[in-house]
Design a protein around this ligand. Structure first.
Ligand code: ADE
Ligand code: ZN
Length: 344
């Protein structure tokens, strides 16, 4: 099944289109647009608790992270077969291409599928079938990041890691997501140690709704290479100093932060303060089907709300490749594209 709707026009950041950029915080399940959700529901004989796409869209009003997660997990009922995961991924890649994304490091939530009886192999085979075509078809290099649901047990994370062992050659990193408060990173020390032993990179959501202490734990207990969100680090001066000194990347998601009420309005977003502090900040889309925008929509929204100039956008684009898990020659090639962009 091809993507069910045309990719939206990206806003233009410069004469030659959107900045080339890496997307480093993107939940593939969070790219499930209403059109595709209904198409897959029909294909799989699943009944959604919404009569129309418009009715579903009207449910996209969230009071916090949990209120979003409730809908996010419910809609996953339509994802059942390898084809479903491949179609979802193709639809994302087509949209990402139109937004200037040249490299994407993509999260998936195996436990949200295995809990419904979908084997982890079905998920990974479906995702990688599409990702294997990404460079040729969309001009996008990709990596896959397997996330553990932090509101499930540490034992469940360990069992998930063992079930995924046969597929680890397709996976670059492990991550940690879902309901943050009450589920500190230290709960997952054992599975992260196994992941590191297996040669995987490590990332974790921390400091989205949770306190700065969760960011400390992600760094010192899990040994993460990157922190997802991390906006609440600003409440702790020593933490900011540590993140700056080690140039630990933060994958910030501005439109998500507004939709999940992590911050009030985009105009109040601490992104400029984070850049000013010397943090290695990147801008990402998180769950774009739910939060109103893909990668370049986030760039354009912060540009407009925070009056960012072209050179600040260039810094954000540069940071996205610096913070990626790319090999050095490919990273350097992308960085050259960023420097050349809009300069004739
Ligand atoms: N899963 C999908 N999106 C998420 C987010 N923003 N925070 C935590 N878990 C998530
Ligand atoms: Zn996220």
């Amino acid at each position: 099944m091809p993507p069910t709707s045309p990719a939206p026009d990206p806003a233009q950041n410069a004469a030659d289109g959107p900045f080339p950029k890496a997307e480093l915080h993107l939940h593939i399940e969070g790219t499930l647009e209403p059109e595709l959700a209904f198409a897959l529901a029909e294909r799989n004989g699943v009944t959604l608790p919404y009569a129309t796409e418009d009715e579903l869209r009207r449910a996209y009003s969230f009071s916090d992270l949990q209120s979003f997660l409730n809908l996010y997990y419910a809609l996953m009922a339509v994802l059942r077969t390898e084809d479903d995961f491949a179609d979802l991924t193709h639809a994302y890649l087509a949209r990402a291409q139109a937004q200037g994304v040249r490299h994407a490091e993509i999260f998936f939530d195996p436990q949200a599928h295995t809990a419904r009886g979908v084997p982890v192999g079905t998920v990974i085979e479906g995702l990688t079938r599409a990702l294997d075509t990404a460079e040729e078809r969309y001009g996008i290099t990709t990596r896959l990041i397997m996330c553990f649901l932090r509101d499930e047990s540490a034992e469940s994370a360990l069992a998930t890691f063992e079930a995924a062992r046969p597929y680890l050659d397709r996976i670059t990193a492990v991550g940690l997501d879902s309901a943050e408060v009450g589920h500190p990173p230290s709960k997952f020390a054992e599975v992260y140690a196994l992941a590191r032993e297996a040669g995987l990179k490590c990332v974790a959501h921390a400091g989205e709704e949770g306190p700065p202490s969760y960011v400390w734990e992600a760094l010192d207990v899990l040994g993460v290479d990157r922190v997802d969100h991390g906006v609440r680090c600003l409440e702790d001066e020593k933490l900011v100093a540590r993140l700056v000194a080690d140039q630990v990347p933060l994958t910030v998601c501005p439109l998500s932060n507004v939709r999940l009420r992590v911050i009030g309005e985009l105009a109040d977003h601490p992104l400029p303060a984070m850049l000013e502090a010397g943090l290695l900040v990147t801008v990402n889309s998180d769950d774009p089907a739910y939060f109103g925008g893909y990668a370049d929509d986030n760039f354009t929204a912060v540009r407009d709300a925070l009056n960012l100039d072209e050179e600040t956008l260039r810094t954000l684009a540069r940071n996205s490749f610096r913070a990626s898990f790319l090999d050095e020659p490919t990273r350097e090639a992308y960085l050259k594209e960023v420097e050349a962009h809009g300069r004739g």
